[in-house]
Design a protein around this ligand. Structure first.
Ligand SMILES: [Zn+2]
Length: 86
């Protein structure tokens, strides 16, 4: 299994739902650092969030969540197709 890219967040944004400070991140992308617009999940309450332009956190828009779920579904389909070829 591929290892996650992890790091510490300098600004430590607060989750708007559970109000805990988020001080780290994990990403499946190599050499990726969170940036404005990036979608994330609160490690404490699992709320789907999005980084703002000043790297605070807000609730992700329903359209953004829908787009992420479409991408996840697409990736699941790709992986399923790869499994069937092996
Ligand atoms: Zn939270």
């Amino acid at each position: 299994m591929k290892r996650l890219n992890t790091g510490q967040l300098i600004e430590k944004p607060v989750c708007p739902t559970c109000h805990k400070k988020l001080d780290g991140f994990a990403s499946h992308l190599t050499d990726h650092w969170p940036s404005p617009g990036a979608v994330t999940i609160c490690a404490y309450c699992r709320q789907v969030l999005q980084f703002t332009n000043d790297m605070a956190l807000r609730l992700a828009d329903p359209e953004v969540i829908e787009q992420v779920m479409l991408e996840v579904s697409h990736m699941q389909g790709v992986l399923n197709a790869m499994d069937k070829r092996q």
